[in-house]
Design a protein around this ligand. Sequence first.
Ligand code: ATP
Length: 455
Amino acid sequence: MKEIINHLKDFGFVFQGSEIYGGLANTWDYGHLGVVLKNKIKLAWWDFFIKNNQYNIGLDSSILLNSKVWKASGHLDSFNDPLIDCKECKFRFRADSLIQHYFPDLNCDGWSVEKLDTFITEKQLKCLNCQKFNFTKVRQFQLMFEINQGLLQDQGNKLYLRPETAQGIFINLNNIKKAYNKKLPFGIGQIGKSFRNEITPGNFIFRTLEFEQMELEFFYSPEDKTNWFQYWLAEMTKFIESLGIAKDSYQLREHDKEELSHYSLGTTDVQYQFPFGTKELCGIANRGSFDLVKHSEASKTKFLVEDRTTNKPVMPLVVEPSMGIERLFLAIICENLVQEEIESKKRIVLKLNPLLAPYHVAVASLNKKKLGPKAQEVFELLAKSCIDVFFEQKSEIGKVYNYHDQIGTLYCVTVDYQTLEDSKVTVRNRDTMNQERVEINSLKKYLYDKLNIIF
Ligand code: ATP
């Protein structure tokens, strides 16, 4: 993990949040390459789940919702984590994480507060900070951040930063159904920030206070016999694999009954083998009619949608494939940042999938003064297209290749002295390191073919 974190910092993907003030635990900032990678993950999700799917449409709902939403959805009463405080040094831990620190092979997901408490007491687990054994009892801790609306702190309206994007979708169901004349089955997806007051042992961007989710709420009729849960689970794994995560790097885990979230009738996690353990990457939940029933009761709104087969209006059931961008980001980096040894020379390469590479091409020249203008021409030729191209100022070509291998650039195009005579450039492939001479006139077509971009 240390090497991965350093790599992402050194190359400007991810920085520690508020670093010059000593940091703020579990917050991270994204530099240019990090933003580009996140945007490409989001675009890939949008294309896969919304644009190229016959059933689904998109939404961008508010982060701040009327607090009645969170009361009705059950988040105010049931969305919490089991925490324990060290009475000696005042450090606070998630009780399950503390146990897992001492017993990494033990899975205590879904244990009750009492069971966690008894285990910690019986085994006399010590505080990870001061090494003493003097804890409070395990307590449930509300995960939603509270804020105040209005001028006066104590007379304001209490609001919550959303802990999931899903509720914004449920409460807009009738608007969307009417505006887009939707009949079941159909899905509504959105990408947006969520916030959770998490207490965590670190693990970099895996679990943060503020993160982005890509969620799809898929609505279908109770009479529809299609197994939509299996359908979307298969789609979700297909999507992950399309981003360059190998089949044998992840596994599926079904939740036990006692660990299900308050809204779920069944949940399956996709777990990824992170360097710090096999952990949830994303998940799919069978939310049944829980949310719509609760909002229907609390807001006195009917949520009836026509089934496109029977034309009968029914209260839909819901399955929800949900994923966090940061966890996908981390898994993609863990999967693709590799060290290779070729002819006893080491090189580090970020073998990002072409869909995600921050740059498709970097254009460089062997001599800034003499060949720079020609390189500029080549850059401009490629820049006005759907190729993501970077103009490289450095002219030490070994260093150029080394840098672009480490940030994942797919091809380096080099202008050399020969170019001035034969109008050809050298194109070097990141993964094979093969080099080819290509005519400038056909360079764009050559790259389109290689990148498989439809234009
Ligand atoms: P965990 O058990 O790891 O806390 P969860 O089951 O509570 O996760 P969900 O509520 O199912 O997570 O959220 C859907 C997805 O959102 C997760 O699979 C994960 O990718 C992402 N996610 C949830 N919480 C966080 C967080 N604090 N930081 C980053 N990503 C998160």
